[in-house]
Design a protein around this ligand. Structure first.
Ligand code: GDP
Length: 296
């Protein structure tokens, strides 16, 4: 489960604080040192941790907390609020375009979970009463097209493909025309990934972006890759510009460093979390609920 180690350490630290009754400035500072170490052990970005601790300290080492009847609780409340803020504050949703179809472009490195997420998102949109068109624009990994077709069959939803010999920009343009003529109100573009970020990939994605002008560019990243996921997100945002992140494989990530750093580093929200391999394993990302998971 995500935040396993972090939750345990923070709860220990705060149990000690709560047990003390009145707190001195030294008590709070020493607790925050433990919080800092726990965050670093959870693989949270160093700068993010530094900023976080100084913000919490500024609020927690004041008269209001130290003179309070329940100072331990007050510190926990501040940490809870700041953790929520760190993960983006309010929940951030995918907005439907006023002029359909809403075009969602999924990007990310190979193996991050793009194709799986395309299927999961389609399922969510169907539940919302929409009629999504899945688009196979990953022409470099032939299995990706088949994989998307299988997902489409399971969902009983159309999949647009032109095989693996056409240019992805042409495929995506043709797909939008198909959606318009078929009356699909959402289009989900499954674009190609690579093992690493390279110029060719970024050029192709930029061309698709310019050709179809997506309503949402979502970056799919694997939570288990920790700070690598954060660096990938930062790079994609700088080069392509993203609207949000889908953080996959949260079910296998005990640390949670990416979840705690990505939004703060890129300034872009995490919109969804992948929590398993099945089509229903996609959850809206709620920063406040995530913070509560850490603090118990
Ligand atoms: P793509 O190359 O980015 O299209 O990645 P895929 O969609 O093919 O996913 C790569 C692997 O990750 C597959 O085995 C998926 O089943 C798995 N996967 C994707 N999302 C999740 C998730 O949220 N949790 C878990 N446990 N596995 C996932």
């Amino acid at each position: 489960m995500i935040f396993e180690g972090l939750a345990e350490k923070l709860q220990d630290t705060f149990d000690k604080l709560k047990g003390k009754g009145k707190l001195s400035e030294k008590d709070v500072k020493s607790a925050l040192r433990e919080v800092k170490l726990a965050l670093l052990e959870a693989d949270v970005n160093f700068k993010v941790v530094k900023n976080f601790i100084s913000k919490v300290e500024e609020r927690a080492v004041g008269k209001e907390v130290l003179d309070s009847l329940t100072p331990g609780q007050q510190v926990i409340k501040i940490v809870n609020e700041e953790l929520t803020d760190l993960m983006g504050g309010a929940q951030s949703k995918v907005e439907y375009a006023s002029d359909p179809p809403t075009v969602i472009m999924l990007t990310g490195l190979q193996g991050a979970g793009k194709t799986t997420t395309a299927g999961k998102l389609a399922k969510k949109f169907i539940k919302d009463g929409k009629d999504p068109l899945l688009v196979a624009a990953d022409v470099y990994r032939p299995a990706a097209i088949k994989q998307l077709q299988v997902l489409g069959e399971r969902l009983d939803q159309p999949v647009f493909s032109m095989g693996d010999k056409q240019d992805p920009v042409d495929i995506t343009k043709a797909a939008i025309s198909r959606a318009e003529s078929n009356g699909n109100d959402v289009v989900i573009l499954d674009t190609a990934g690579r093992l690493h970020i390279d110029e060719e990939l970024m050029d192709e994605l930029s061309q698709i972006k310019a050709a179809v002008v997506p309503d949402e560019i979502l970056l799919v990243v694997d939570s288990m890759t920790g700070q690598d996921a954060v660096n990938v997100a930062d790079k994609f945002d700088d080069t392509l510009g993203i609207d949000g992140v889908v953080l996959t494989k949260l079910d296998g990530d005990a640390r949670g460093g990416a979840a705690l750093s990505i939004s703060s580093v890129t300034g872009k929200p995490i919109k969804f979390a992948g929590v398993g391999e099945k089509l229903e394993d996609l959850e809206p990302f709620h920063p406040d609920r995530m913070a509560s998971r850490i603090l118990g």
